[in-house]
Design a protein around this ligand. Structure first.
Ligand code: NAP
Length: 254
């Protein structure tokens, strides 16, 4: 029996990277996992297959976020998958992980369009996903919002992205207070530089440079972050809410 048996979870952006590792970990702990993705159906199905090969249960949920109707589409697909498997549309764990990233734009060059896209996916979508989840997430549930160490580590070419992640941390803080009477915890988990399978992580020189920022002199693995999320999603985290959980491998120690 895993720590999450008889629980259901929705992990956004679980087709790849950190989201995939979170979905696999929650599945291993016994949760039925809705593996959300935007475009990459093959990758989402691979995440589902990994969970099933570990003996768990999962299904893919498609919805493009940051566009009109996104939250409706997400929950229609998620709840229909849940109903098919459990007979209910209620669930226990929401992980807002899907994120738009920026390759880096100097503050002088950030366009309103880039700014809007970052906020639409990273801030507005998580807010309305949480709002919509309130009707079907069970009392005692868990909400985990994926932020970034960049909310506390200045890097000017990521200012718009970091601002959108700052908004996510506010989401955790204020909903934590709001949902405490229902025993629902809401926390932020902030990864540092984490190998998400992108080609840059295959270049040894680039990896060596990125590793320098962590106190452990190592780039994080997606599983390192997933372990922190699994804790925040677990019954053992019942006394932790509104928290900022630093999953940067000590990057913020300076
Ligand atoms: P990633 O590998 O780029 O994967 C992003 C995931 O989000 C994919 O599953 C993608 O789905 C989904 N997604 C992105 N935009 C979407 C949209 N508009 N609609 C629907 N789905 C969308 O990301 P990652 O590096 O694992 O990052 C995961 C989270 O951690 C993000 O919130 C990111 O900001 C945060 N983070 C990452 C790092 C890092 O170093 N990797 C550091 C700090 C924080 P499809 O591919 O199917 O479209």
């Amino acid at each position: 029996m895993g720590t999450l048996s008889n629980k259901s979870a929705l992990v956004t952006g679980a087709s790849r990277g950190i989201g995939r590792a979170i979905a696999v970990r929650l599945g291993r702990e016994g949760a039925l996992v809705g593996v959300h993705y935007g475009e990459n159906e093959i990758a989402a199905k691979e995440t589902v297959a990994r969970i099933e090969s570990d003996g768990g249960s999962a299904f893919a949920v498609r919805a493009r976020l940051g566009v009109p109707g996104d939250v409706h589409e997400l929950f229609r697909a998620f709840e229909s998958g849940l109903k098919e498997r459990t007979g209910e549309s209620t669930f226990d764990i929401l992980v807002n992980n899907a994120g738009a990233t920026s390759l880096g734009t100097s503050p002088e060059d950030v366009t309103p369009e880039e700014f809007d896209e970052l906020f639409a996916v990273n801030a507005k979508a998580p807010f309305f996903i949480v709002q919509r989840a309130l009707t079907t997430i069970r009392d005692g549930g868990r909400i985990v919002n994926i932020s970034s160490g960049l909310t506390r580590f200045a890097q000017a070419d990521q200012v718009a992205y970091a601002m959108s992640k700052g908004a996510v941390e506010q989401l955790s803080l204020h909903f934590a207070r709001h949902l405490a009477p229902r025993g629902i915890t809401v926390n932020s988990v902030a990864p540092g530089i984490t190998n998400n399978g992108q080609p840059v992580f295959d270049i040894p020189e680039a990896v060596a440079q990125m590793a320098e920022v962590s106190a452990f002199k190592k780039v994080g693995d997606a599983e390192d972050v997933a372990a922190v999320v699994a804790f925040a999603a677990s019954p053992d985290a019942r006394w932790v809410t509104g928290a900022f959980l630093d999953a940067t491998g000590g990057t913020l120690l300076g």
